[in-house]
Unconditional design. Structure first.
Length: 318
């Protein structure tokens, strides 16, 4: 059955430039992704012509874009692309590009850009332990750090602790040159990068000196009880089952833990991944949430999503 065509007009008024982008760049992105629809902009009004279902999707897209603009954020072409792709998949955009979590040094507001990211941020705020599982580029660590810094600044936690297992591509610390700081620094660099995006270097240095921020290898967590803390365990797919249990049992009073990892990139040479095992053990415990991100949540270069799709196809996952 051929779908009936229709048309609608959306008056944007003063919001037109913010919604459509400078020189209608955002509109060009929408045209590219909705090839069956004709979009024309004249005098602050957008006319949509095409199949009923596509016209309805674009109406919902413009409704969301206007909400974002009214919240004080001007959407970028990349953000419009993410929204358009999710609208095409008939996804609910609740929470996407909602209120900012943090602002970078260069003034960019950090907001959930996809449905999965919005669910992830909400889960972190509502649960004491959250597992964020998904491929590279989905914002697992970056968003967790942003929420953690928000908690630290608002006094909702006394300290921020970031940790990773020192395992990568089969290397072991004992065979690397230098003292312990030199050995572990490369493994912790991604955590430093995320923090330095959101807090000036001198302030980070001061917070680390007075114990408000701590970045350390996972082995340094053993034997501790972490009260009033926001703790992030990154690259958790490279923990053993024993290490995962050790980490989770460090959680003290008034603390929150976020565990992130990609179970398709396990570098362990011996033993099972603690992240894979914990999904079965803790899946039914109230207060613990598992959020699964996928290629739809990749917010890096558009080629990253295509790379993930290509690997999934090669591995027989799609």
């Amino acid at each position: 059955m051929v779908e009936r065509s229709t048309h609608q007009e959306i008056p944007l008024g003063e919001e037109a430039t913010a919604v459509l982008g400078q020189f209608d760049r955002n509109l060009a992105v929408i045209r590219e992704l909705f090839a069956d629809v004709r979009l024309t902009h004249r005098g602050g009004t957008v006319r949509i012509e095409g199949p009923d279902s596509e016209v309805e999707r674009i109406q919902n897209l413009f409704k969301k874009l206007r909400e974002v603009v009214k919240s004080g954020h001007v959407p970028t072409p990349d953000e419009v692309r993410y929204l358009s792709q999710q609208i095409k998949e008939s996804e609910n955009l609740e929470g996407v590009l909602s209120e900012p979590i943090q602002t970078t040094h260069w003034g960019e507001q950090i907001r959930p850009k996809t449905v999965g990211q919005a669910q992830y941020v909400q889960a972190i705020r509502e649960n004491d332990i959250v597992f964020g599982i998904g491929p590279s580029g989905t914002g697992k660590t970056y968003l967790a750090v942003a929420v953690a810094i928000d908690y630290l600044k608002r006094g909702l936690c006394h300290r921020l602790i970031l940790t990773r297992p020192a395992v990568e591509a089969g290397e072991e610390l004992g065979f690397l040159p230098g003292d312990i700081e030199a050995k572990v620094s490369p493994y912790l660099r991604p955590l430093y990068d995320a923090i330095f995006d959101m807090i000036p270097y001198e302030e980070v240095k001061r917070l680390m000196e007075n114990g408000r921020i701590e970045i350390a290898p996972l082995a340094f967590m053993r034997g501790r009880t972490l009260n009033n803390s926001f703790i992030i365990l990154d690259e958790a797919q490279n923990t053993t089952a024993t290490q995962m249990k050790m980490f989770l049992t460090r959680l003290g009073f008034k603390s929150k833990a976020v565990i992130t990892g990609d179970i398709t990139q396990i570098d362990l040479q011996r033993g099972k991944s603690g992240l894979k095992e914990v999904q079965k053990i803790l899946k039914d415990i109230e207060g613990i949430a598992f959020v699964y991100l996928d290629k739809r949540d990749v917010v890096r270069h558009p080629l990253v999503k295509k790379i993930i799709e290509a690997y999934e196809k090669s591995e027989g996952k799609s």
